[in-house]
Design a protein around this ligand. Structure first.
Ligand SMILES: NC(=O)c1ccc[n+]([C@@H]2O[C@H](COP(=O)([O-])OP(=O)(O)OC[C@H]3O[C@@H](n4cnc5c(N)ncnc54)[C@H](OP(=O)(O)O)[C@@H]3O)[C@@H](O)[C@H]2O)c1
Length: 264
């Protein structure tokens, strides 16, 4: 399918690995110019060099921490300086704050809020005026299923995610008249480094010693019975940013292999 976005300019935060990396690749293959960032210099450099070779596309990067307002400003300024504009923002840089209420700390929750709620909001604040002026824009935020279906083990992530879902719907209404589409995706378990970082905690939560058993139990609710692959997330994200999705806004798409059983 021709996505109809050749020549557009995308920012993908957290493109060093995982879902962000695959999303950047998907855009490059569609002829979209990409600016990305992460905190680890060596990894973002290597990823960008590999993706440029693999796709022949135009990808740039900066080292940035999206919990820092000035880094987000710099990311957008560098994009405009390199490519002249911003058409697409993928709010992806983030992590997961797992653990039950009793283990939650104010500092842990604050970090999660700074990374995802404030990091995403600040990115949108920087790009929205550019997109609204040109009457074309796509904003997609990576949220997570626990925002829709509370999970006591995901307490800190879940309450952050619910706020992001509300943000998505509200901003889709506000920016709609300017043809800036604001959507979200809610991944279930995806096989990335993030899962590995949380494997020990999940094993404990599920009461199993074996990582494979934890994987099996984590996905037992999924209709497809398996983890997602980052590239499966990336194709859906690219579609939401495409010309083919021109009538979709305010949506939070579950990319979870059929995990959530609710009707929205
Ligand atoms: N994997 C899942 O099962 C799952 C489920 C639900 C939601 N999600 C969401 O999907 C998004 C991507 O997850 P993933 O699984 O692809 O994770 P990942 O493999 O850990 O990749 C995350 C990327 O974001 C970067 N990053 C993290 N914090 C950052 C910050 N403060 N500033 C700049 N870059 C930052 C990381 O690089 P550095 O560490 O070098 O900065 C890395 O490149 C996250 O928002 C996550 O919450 C994932």
């Amino acid at each position: 399918m021709d996505l109809g976005i050749k020549g557009r300019v995308a920012i993908v935060t957290g493109g060093g690995r995982g879902i962000g990396r695959e999303t950047a690749r998907e855009f490059l293959e569609a002829g979209v110019k990409v600016m990305t960032c992460s905190r680890t210099k060596a990894q973002i450099e290597q990823t960008c060099s590999e993706l440029a070779k693999q796709t022949g596309g135009d990808i740039r990067h900066i080292v940035a921490d999206t919990t820092k307002p000035d880094d987000i400003k710099k990311l957008v300024a560098e994009t405009v300086s390199a490519f002249g504009t911003v058409d697409i923002l993928i709010n992806n840089a983030g992590t997961m704050y797992s653990g039950r209420f009793a283990e939650m700390t104010d500092e842990g929750l604050q970090k999660q809020l700074d990374t995802k709620l404030f990091g995403f909001l600040r990115g949108i604040r920087e790009v929205a005026p550019i997109m609204r002026k040109k009457k074309w824009g796509r904003i997609v935020s990576m949220i997570g299923g626990a925002g829709k279906e509370p999970d006591p083990y995901m307490f800190g992530s879940a309450i952050t995610n619910s706020a992001l879902l509300n943000m998505t719907k509200s901003l889709s209404t506000e920016f709609g008249p300017d043809n800036v589409l604001v959507n979200a995706v809610c991944p279930g378990w995806v096989g990335t480094a993030l899962w590995r970082q949380h494997a020990e905690g999940l094993k404990k939560e599920l009461g199993v010693a074996d990582e494979e058993e934890a994987r099996r139990l984590a996905t037992r609710k999924n209709a497809l019975g398996r983890f997602g692959k980052p590239e499966e997330l990336a194709s859906a994200i690219a579609f939401l940013c495409s010309e083919r999705a021109s009538y979709i806004t305010g949506v939070s798409l579950n990319l979870d292999g059929g995990r959530l059983k609710g009707l929205w």
